[in-house]
Design a protein. Structure first.
Length: 166
């Protein structure tokens, strides 16, 4: 039987490709992600704005090579952390965090619609109609300054947000 690669150069390329694939798989595994999916962990805790519980919002957890996870904020508590299925958790590893919170849609005052245009309720989904309650920096995991290392098992976070940085 003849070898697929008859030259040393061909064998070198095959070996480099195999080692590159192994390195990528190892890096993913160390970050909590694998070809079978990431290891997920429970996350709960609190979110405050200027020392008071944040009434409602959403947290996004982002890690390199993993699907983003989200959790809800209700009365200052982090609940329902989800990556693939409801309340299945957040990928294990270092996570950058973004937080979103909007006022009630009734508090939004969109510009009047031109005659014949759809109503404000039709133009803006209720979850996006209210003004943001947080400084824009918290809406981006890069600029938020928030991060967490999620470990296997239960994780409890305490995230303190400020209108004006302390």
């Amino acid at each position: 039987m003849q070898s697929l690669c008859a030259t040393n150069a061909c064998r070198g390329r095959v070996m480099a490709a195999l080692l590159g694939g192994l390195a990528a798989a190892l890096a993913g595994a160390l970050a909590g992600c694998s070809p079978r999916g990431p290891t997920l962990a429970e996350v709960s805790g609190t979110v405050t704005l200027d020392g008071r519980p944040l009434a409602r919002g959403t947290i996004t957890f982002e890690a390199a090579g993993c699907r983003p996870a989200t959790a809800r904020i209700l009365d200052g508590r982090i609940i329902e952390a989800t990556t693939y299925h409801a309340r299945d958790g957040v990928p294990v590893g270092e996570q950058r965090i973004a937080i979103f919170s909007r006022a009630d849609p009734a508090a939004a005052k969109p510009a009047p619609a031109p005659q014949g245009a759809p109503s404000a309720a039709a133009r803006f989904p209720p979850s996006m109609a209210g003004p943001s309650l947080l400084p824009a920096r918290y809406n981006d995991p890069v600029s938020s300054g928030l991060s967490a290392i999620i470990r296997p098992g239960q994780n409890t976070l305490s995230l303190a947000l400020y209108q004006v940085p302390p």
